[in-house]
Design a protein around this ligand. Structure first.
Ligand SMILES: [Zn+2]
Length: 157
């Protein structure tokens, strides 16, 4: 399993770890809400000139300000010294093209109870992301791209 491989890598990492700790308060007093997209791993930070310890980075599907993301932002601002918040999306986000009906069918095929799926409110969530993406494209456009593929654009100043 991949998890076993990761745990092995972690043991190797710990053998060489010198114990450097940049502290829990972000050096740049910045929080970022961005997408969980795997293409952003080891890409967003260098694209923005960020180093370990610089910013609180909150990731979820579609860089959405969910209740959970909001809770994290509240703690970041009121307990950890964050003074600025950025929401960073990217081109070709998988959340912009999720077929809700197909997602629901797949979940049911895998045994997820229908009432649980309804309680999740996925349809409203996905529709909200689609609407927001259209608004962001109109408001900020791709003119502020900062990287290669996937290009990163700033969604809020
Ligand atoms: Zn995405």
């Amino acid at each position: 399993m991949i998890i076993d491989q990761l745990l092995e890598k972690n043991q190797e990492f710990l053998r060489n770890f010198k114990g450097e700790d940049p502290g829990k308060r972000p050096a740049k007093k910045l929080a970022i809400v961005t997408c969980m997209d795997t293409r952003l791993t080891d890409f967003l930070e260098p694209a923005m000139g960020l180093e370990r310890g610089d910013a609180k980075i909150i990731k979820n599907a579609g860089n959405t300000i969910t209740d959970d993301a909001l809770r994290s932002l509240v703690v970041a601002v009121h307990s950890l010294g964050v003074e600025e918040i950025m929401v960073i999306g990217h081109t070709d986000c998988g959340m912009a093209n999720v077929d809700f009906e197909r997602l629901r069918e797949t979940m049911e095929e895998k045994g997820v109870p229908r009432d649980f799926i309804e309680e999740l409110g996925l349809e409203d969530w996905i529709l909200a992301i689609r609407m927001r993406k259209k608004m962001l494209l109109r408001v900020s456009g791709p003119s502020r791209n900062l990287g290669q593929s996937p290009m990163i654009y700033l969604s809020m100043d």
